[in-house]
Design a protein around this ligand. Structure first.
Ligand SMILES: Cc1cc2nc3c(=O)[nH]c(=O)nc-3n(C[C@H](O)[C@H](O)[C@H](O)COP(=O)(O)O)c2cc1C
Length: 134
């Protein structure tokens, strides 16, 4: 199996209703391909993790790369994996708009920075904290 994580920037402010639609489509498609993952949104920044069979991850990722709702896609991680981080999530979703709701100190700190500047080596930890604390 294979995992991709990337960050990107929305090309415009995407209303919550449109994000909900995007999630609905993603969950449907991902379920069909047995892909799991997580999408974190902070303002105009996306952080997404996708995991599953390599060809399926790459196929969806190629679609995502062409999506004009976002740009400046930075590939953070591409790796072979033996187990999933999010085995039960077609696409977990967290919008970091309401920072006070987040219990993890580290995530609160990252969320309060406008640019959502995560270091590559911190990503796994940040995501784990999401799962553990919120
Ligand atoms: C930040 C971001 C994350 C996305 N994540 C997914 C995803 O996990 N799965 C998916 O199928 N589409 C995802 N999309 C949407 C795809 O780019 C594309 O619009 C969609 O797969 C088209 O689906 P359709 O062919 O069923 O209409 C994402 C788009 C953006 C902007």
């Amino acid at each position: 199996m294979f995992r991709i994580m990337y960050m990107s920037t929305a090309t415009r402010v995407i209303p919550d209703s449109e994000l909900e639609e995007l999630l609905e489509t993603s969950r449907k498609n991902n379920k069909e391909k047995n892909l799991t993952g997580l999408l974190i949104v902070k303002g105009r920044t996306f952080l997404q993790c996708l995991e599953g069979e390599k060809k399926d991850v790459e196929e969806i990722f190629n679609k995502i790369l062409k999506d004009d709702r976002h740009t400046s896609i930075i590939d953070l991680i591409e790796e072979d994996i033996s187990s999933r981080m999010f085995p039960t999530w077609d696409m977990g979703y967290k919008n970091l708009k309401i920072v006070d709701d987040i219990k993890s100190e580290k995530i609160r700190k990252i969320s309060s920075i406008d640019d959502f500047d995560i270091k590559k080596e911190d990503i796994a930890e940040v995501i784990q904290e999401f799962i553990a604390y919120d």
